[in-house]
Structures are given as C-alpha cells and as structure tokens.
Design a protein around this ligand. Structure first.
Ligand code: HEC
Ligand code: HEC
Length: 447
C-alpha cells in the first residue's frame, strides 16, 4: 500500500511544493528583501521529502529492483528451494543468519517471537525463512507475492540490507533495527553467488559464471564492491579483493562528499546505488563514467546514463536524503572506554598528532573539499584511482565503535585503532609516546 502511495503521489506532492516555493518567493519576501513570514512554506517544503517517508524507502523500497534480482537472477528460487517452487535445497534461517542477514523482531508476531525465544522455531527449514520474508522481517529483503501463498514470486533488495543491522535483542541476528549501522556480518557476495543466473555480471565483466562466483565469494563479510560492474577491477594488484568495507550511513549531515573516495553528495550516491548497483528502475546520469579507459564495463552497460520509465528512484531521492541526514551517529556506551585517557587523547588529537587538521571536530572531516591523495595519507592508490577524483575522502569518525569489525580504512587494512595510530605516527613522523598513542585510541573509541 505504502509503496504505491509513494510512487504515484510523491511526484504530485513535489510539484505542489515547488509551486508553493515559487509562490512564497513572490508573497513571502518584502520589497526590501527581508522575509516577512514563512507562512505555510516550511510545511510545504517538508512535504517534498519527509524523514518518515525516507525511512520507509530506506527500509522497504526496492525501486523495482526485483526485476533484476528475480526476473533475471532468479534469486528468489534459490531462497525458496525446490520444495517451494524454486531450485536446490533452499535457504534455511540458520544459513541466512550465518550469511549475516538480519531479522527485525518488531515485524514478527508474538507467537513467532515466543517460538524463537523458546528454541521451538525450526531454523533448519527454508519454509521458516519464507515465513520471515512474508512478514517483511528479513532486513533489506522484500518478497513479492501472487495472492496469499507463502512462496514469493519475486524478491528485491533495499538499502537496509547493507546499511542496517539489529541489536540482537532476541538472539544473535534477530532484534530491533539499527539503521545506518553497517552490517559488517553480511556476506552479500555469498548471497548474490546463490543466484542461479548471473548473466548481467557476465556481460558487464566479460567473465563466465564460475569466474563471477569467484569474484563474489572473494568479498567476504561486511564488504561489497560498488564499482566493479563499472570498472571491471575485481582484484587489486596484490590479488586481494577490490571490495570495500560497508561504511556507516549515519552522522552524514554537514558532510560534503560521500563514499571512501568522495564520489559525490548523498543524492548522487543514492541514485548511483539504486540504479547501477541495486538495479532499481530509475534515472542515473554521471558523464564522468563515460570514460572507456577507466570504466570499460560501464561502456557495455551504459550505466553512466540510465533512463527508465516510470522512474522509481528520482521522486524518492529528497525523502531518502532527509532520512539519512537525520540519522545521528550513535554514542558509545559510557563503560566502553577510559574517560580520563580519552580526555587526554582529545588534546593529542588536536595538537601533537595533528589529526584535527583533517578530521575537523565536530564533523571529523574537512568542511569544504575533504579529499586527499593516497600519497598524503601514506597508502596505495588502487581504490582512489577507481573514482572520478582519484582521492580518498577523510572519513568522518563519529560512531567508530560500531564499525570495529572488519578493520579500518576503506579496505580494513588496519585491524585495530592501535594499528591506525601506529600508521599515522610513522607516516607523519609524529613521535608519539606509547602513552599518547594509548590516550589517542581511547579518544577515538569515545567518538
Ligand atoms: C549491496 C550493499 C549496499 C546497498 C544495497 C547499498 N549500499 Fe550504500 N554503500 C555500500 C558500500 C560498499 C559503500 C561504500 C562505497 C565506496 O566507498 O566505494 C556505500 C556507501 C554509501 C554511502 C556513503 C556513506 C559515506 O561514507 O559517506 C551512503 C550515504 C549510502 N551508501 C547510502 C545507501 C542508500 C541510501 C542505499 C539504497 C538506495 C544504499 N546505500 C544501498 C553498500 C551498499
Ligand atoms: C591528511 C589528512 C588526514 C590526517 C592528518 C589524518 N587523517 Fe585519518 N583519515 C584520512 C583519510 C583520507 C582517511 C580515509 C582512508 C581510507 O579509507 O583509506 C582517514 C581515515 C581514518 C580512520 C579510519 C576510519 C574508518 O572508519 O575506517 C581513522 C580511525 C583515522 N583516520 C584517524 C586519524 C587519526 C587518529 C589521525 C591523527 C593521528 C588522523 N586520522 C589524521 C585523512 C587524515
């Protein structure tokens, strides 16, 4: 119901808001240029994209991508298994949880919650997965149905599959949603590799299905490669995967450029992902990618200029942006770091270690153009070179404590914060004492 409302009504709402703004321009501003009254304009502007609408889109909107995941890849058939009109053994809840998929307990009825709590839910039967899917409880995976049956005719994915997790309130992997927290347990490559067909990847990368599965399985938990189907660079020169860690999608307000390599604004990247990665039906235009040497795969798929009618992405970008900007970074539990050391570490961060030169509080990235060459920060340029500006963006540091799993920097190359600090100490020749390094780490844990 909700989605239909958004798809059909949102463009109308946006038009009326634009009209209202134009009107306000005439009536709301007096001759000398001062604003007389905001009148209804604030309400009208908010209606163009509300946080609540954005939340619903972030959690449950597939942008029509089921045409890709099901009609083309047939992923729903692998999930259902041959007993439910699909292929193979099907995906049991135990396997789904092991792959890092999460279950939103707030979408489960009391009986199901009690069954799980009492150990009575059959977590080894794909039918249970289908029931969770039908309840809309598998975070970021949405089933589509013909009538009342349990077997999905299609599945699609939403932003939440990668960018939300749960608090494990009921049991590991099942709890209340935490939007914006990267799901560092999710092995999205393994999930995609389950699909019976991988033809679009074969076309983009000019590899056979077996080679594509090898690429997908090389990603590992908490990682996804958001560029490989455009540049074809599945592996780094050292043979490791080209996938990056899933980043935080909280604490983004005030930050100019997004992604590890600063591809663009939140709406730029949302359109990029919804259209070129999730394969939703929308519009995406970025002529920087119309570069055969750098993005050869994009030439094959024309992903730098995608047009779909109807456009199921563009009308949602405003709300989606507002929702993301509204998600504040979580605060670390008070007992998770040493307060006295953290307070000394703040001084080190801002003075001797010169971290605040780039990680400017309270954004912890630069206001302006927060981009640096690989050389400046003392690492290789493989990932930087895959982006239009060929630089790394200063990562905002708030809420670091929820992304301890998988390591730090875009590819997790530093396993611990101690390793990060040791890197900077050596690269910038900071000459920090062991005590200063310790305090700096405690400060980072407190952000
Ligand atoms: C399959 C996993 C996946 C899905 C689905 C996904 N993302 Fe992402 N997202 C990523 C990865 C990986 C990156 C980092 C990409 C990079 O830096 O190259 C990222 C980056 C981002 C960023 C940048 C955060 C920052 O550091 O500034 C935002 C914002 C974002 N995604 C929002 C979304 C939204 C909104 C959707 C749904 C339209 C979405 N993502 C769907 C994996 C995903
Ligand atoms: C010249 C600018 C610059 C300076 C100075 C700098 N950083 Fe960074 N920082 C970056 C960039 C750029 C990245 C992203 C690197 C990547 O993802 O590969 C980053 C990443 C990080 C990360 C990893 C965040 C994550 O989620 O992966 C941490 C932690 C960090 N910096 C802490 C510090 C500390 C502590 C200092 C001071 C000792 C410091 N930085 C000094 C630019 C800087």
């Amino acid at each position: 119901m909700y989605r239909r409302f958004v798809v059909v009504v949102a463009p109308l709402v946006m038009l009326s808001a634009v009209y209202a703004c134009t009107r306000m321009g005439a009536a709301g501003v007096s001759q000398d240029g001062t604003v007389r009254s905001q009148g209804n304009s604030a309400g009208e502007i908010a209606r163009a994209g509300t946080v609540d609408e954005g939340k619903a889109i972030f959690r449950d909107d597939t942008f029509g991508d089921e045409y890709f995941w099901s009609d083309t890849l047939e992923l729903h058939r692998a999930i259902a298994g041959d007993k439910h009109g699909g292929v193979g053994p099907g995906l049991t809840p135990r396997q789904a949880l092991a792959a890092g998929l999460k279950v939103d307990m707030e979408r489960l009825d009391r009986a199901t919650i009690e069954a799980i709590r009492g150990g009575k839910a059959n977590l080894d039967d794909p039918a249970t997965t289908l029931a969770l899917l039908k309840a809309g409880a598998v975070v970021g995976v949405k089933g589509f149905y013909n009538g009342a049956g349990m077997d999905p005719t299609r599945v699609g994915i939403t932003c939440a599959i990668c960018h939300s997790t749960v608090n494990d309130g009921l049991t590991k992997g099942i709890g209340s949603r935490l939007d914006g927290w990267p799901n560092r347990d999710l092995n999205i490559g393994a999930v995609i590799a389950m699909a019976p067909k991988l033809t679009p990847y074969e076309t983009a990368l000019q590899l056979d299905a077996e080679a594509i599965r090898k690429v997908l399985k090389s990603w590992g938990p908490g990682r996804y490669d958001a560029e490989v189907n455009n540049d074809g660079k599945a592996f780094r020169p050292d043979g490791k995967t080209g996938a990056t860690l899933l980043p935080a999608a909280f604490g983004l307000a005030g930050i100019n450029l997004h992604t590890y390599t600063g591809w663009g604004s939140v709406p730029h990247w949302n359109a990029y992902v919804a259209v070129t990665q999730m394969h939703g039906k929308g519009t995406f235009f970025d002529p920087r990618m119309n570069n055969p040497a750098k993005y050869p795969a994009a030439q094959r798929t024309h992903s730098y200029d995608v047009r779909n009618s109807p456009d199921m992405v563009t009308p949602k970008l405003a709300s989606l942006q507002q929702y993301q900007l509204s998600i504040v970074a979580p605060t670390p539990p008070s007992n998770s770091y040493d307060h006295a050391a953290a307070s000394r570490g703040k001084t080190v961060f801002e003075s001797q270690a010169k971290c605040a030169r780039c990680h400017v509080p309270p954004l912890f990235t630069e206001p302006g153009y927060p981009m640096h060459t690989a050389e400046e920060i003392g690492i290789d340029d493989f990932q930087a070179k895959r982006s239009p500006d060929e630089r790394y963006r200063t990562t905002p540091l708030k809420g670091l404590f929820v992304r301890m799993k998988g390591g730090f920097y875009h590819d997790g190359r530093f396993a611990t914060l101690e390793d990060v600090v040791a890197h900077y100490d050596a690269h910038f020749k900071l000459g920090l004492t062991p005590a200063q390094k310790h305090d700096l780490v405690e400060y980072l844990k407190s952000l």
